[in-house]
Design a protein around this ligand. Structure first.
Ligand code: QV4
Ligand code: CA
Length: 478
């Protein structure tokens, strides 16, 4: 349950937050597949309650397990999974089964279901009061019972120890596996008992071999457990039976690039820092929650504030480094927490348009389409199964390392020029820096780096350059 089943030669997961199924299918065929992305985390698929002005977070309030959301219908979902698998890109669904909705007058769902939320009645499943914990608010993160048996933000809390509830959840999961999904993100896993989760996961089917999964393959499970330390519940309660989101990853890197720590300390980045074992960790700089509620975390908005595009630097480091399963956040532009995704006057989602330079329009940020990001996905693929070697730093925020003899990256987090002769471990030759440009038809549109007979090269990242990163790899050789 910790194997992603990426197609060989693919790597990196992108969260296409609030994208429509049809558009994701196109993205798999036109961009993600050809670029070598490993998988997509998609927004919740189950029917949710409709909330006025349609904030993104209505999708975290399930009203039934029907596949009907603003992202599309069951038919469109199935078609997307098939097309993405054919393009070599796996699909991971964000599943929400800790709770149903909060209280709403005349609750109506995106698939036409209704609910009497005050009385815990959800005929679309059906669930009734008997299937829920007795209502109480989560207000004490020092008490595991409170966190797991009470309501997160007033969301009616299902009791996963009940056979009936387990059966409904397992059926829902089995149906997504049937159509070729490779795994799922478990929303609010911290708010459920590990024993219950273990039983639920163990009952889910093997992956569907018709979609090119090996026979007997288990779904990849990654659980949303936010553990910054200091609470009753720990990430180590969950990682024996599935992967876990490693929230400390993004905060540590953001702190360093925000000048609160030095990059040189990252020479032993990984478990030595108190992070989960690499195999168990899903890592990311920002996610859909932290980009809204955590000013200290780097997001696409940071890149406007600083001349050096520091989100890209953090993402480049993440993709260059072998630790963890890397996930990239792909956003829509927003000004406030509640802001809805791009939509028309009657609430239909408006999909991104694609510009000629590969970036997105219509209010979509599409970080995964930034050259500095997709080219680092290709770096990660080229460097697959190699370690960090030849770590170099200047004692502050200029660092460099190689990945076996497959790739080399240098980062300038200092305010002065980076000018060094460094050992790259790459074959002699001329390489295209994939951060400042692209290698197209054997022409490099960015900086080039010449690796000499001894594997050494002159590396330069000036303080006033737009990007604070330089990266070359065996596939970027001219
Ligand atoms: C409000 C009040 C409550 C009150 C309730 C009564 O705030 O005090 O009890 O009304 O009716 C939305 C609103 C929230 C509202 C709630 C219920 O923002 O104000 O409560 O709905 O109507 C997303 C959003 C939440 C949103 C929720 C459901 O972030 O704001 O709540 O969707 O629509 C912890 C958890 C972690 C969680 C994180 C946000 O450990 O698991 O908080 N992260 C995941 C998702 C996240 C999602 C949920 C969990 C819930 O990543 O996006 O919350 O599914 O750290
Ligand atoms: Ca719970």
């Amino acid at each position: 349950q910790k194997d992603l089943h990426y197609v060989p030669g693919h790597n990196g997961m992108v969260h296409l937050f609030e994208w429509k199924w049809g558009k994701i299918a196109e993205e798999c065929e036109n961009f993600l597949g050809p670029m070598g992305f490993g998988g997509v985390q998609v927004s919740p698929i189950q029917e949710n309650v409709i909330i006025k002005n349609r904030p993104w977070w209505e999708r975290y309030q399930p009203i039934s397990y029907k596949w009907a959301t603003r992202s599309g219908t069951a038919k469109e979902f199935k078609d997307m999974v098939r097309r993405c698998n054919n393009a070599g890109v796996r699909i991971y669904v964000d599943v929400v089964f800790n709770h149903m909705t909060g209280n709403h007058k005349n609750a109506k769902g995106t698939g036409g279901s209704t609910a009497d939320t005050q009385n815990f009645n959800y005929p679309g499943v059906p669930y009734s009061g008997f299937d829920f914990h007795v209502s109480c608010p989560i207000n004490n993160y020092q008490d595991a019972g409170n966190v797991r048996n009470c309501e997160l933000s007033g969301l009616h809390d299902l009791d996963q120890s009940k056979e009936y509830v387990r059966e409904k959840i397992v059926n829902f999961l089995n149906k997504i596996i049937d159509v070729g999904v490779a795994g799922y993100r478990v929303d609010a896993a911290k708010h459920m008992w590990p024993e219950d989760l273990k039983v639920i996961y163990s009952r889910v089917k093997n992956l569907n071999p018709e979609h090119n999964f090996p026979s007997g393959a288990r779904p990849y499970v990654f659980q949303e457990v936010i553990d910054y330390g200091g609470e009753a519940i720990s990430k180590y309660e969950y990682n024996s039976f599935g992967a876990v989101t490693e929230f400390r990853y993004g905060i540590e890197l953001s702190n360093a690039l925000n000048g609160k720590n030095q990059l040189k300390w990252f020479s032993n980045w990984g478990e030595a820092w108190g992070l989960l074992p690499s195999q168990d960790a899903v890592v990311f700089i920002d996610n859909h929650d932290t980009q809204r509620g955590h000013p200290e975390i780097l997001t696409y908005k940071s890149s406007k504030k600083y001349k050096a595009m520091i989100l890209q630097m953090a993402v480049a480091f993440m993709l260059a480094h072998p630790y963890g399963t890397a996930r990239i956040m792909s956003s829509f532009a927003f000004d406030s927490f509640d802001a809805n995704p791009p939509q028309d006057s009657i609430g239909n989602l408006i999909s991104p348009t694609i510009n000629s330079d590969k970036t997105c329009g219509n209010g979509w940020i599409c970080e995964h389409r930034w050259r500095q990001v997709y080219n680092m996905v290709r770096f990660r693929i080229a460097a697959n199964n190699t370690d960090v070697n030849n770590w170099w730093d200047n004692g502050q925020n200029q660092i460099a390392f190689s990945r076996g003899n497959a790739g080399f990256i240098a980062i300038n987090g200092d305010g002065h020029d980076f000018k060094q002769h460094l050992y790259t471990s790459l074959q002699p030759g001329i390489y295209c820096d994939v951060i400042s440009g692209n290698l197209e038809n054997n022409v490099c549109t960015g900086k080039t780096v010449t690796v000499d007979q001894n594997g050494k090269a002159y590396i330069e990242i000036l303080a006033n350059e737009e990007d604070g990163v330089l990266a070359i790899h065996r596939q970027s050789k001219l």
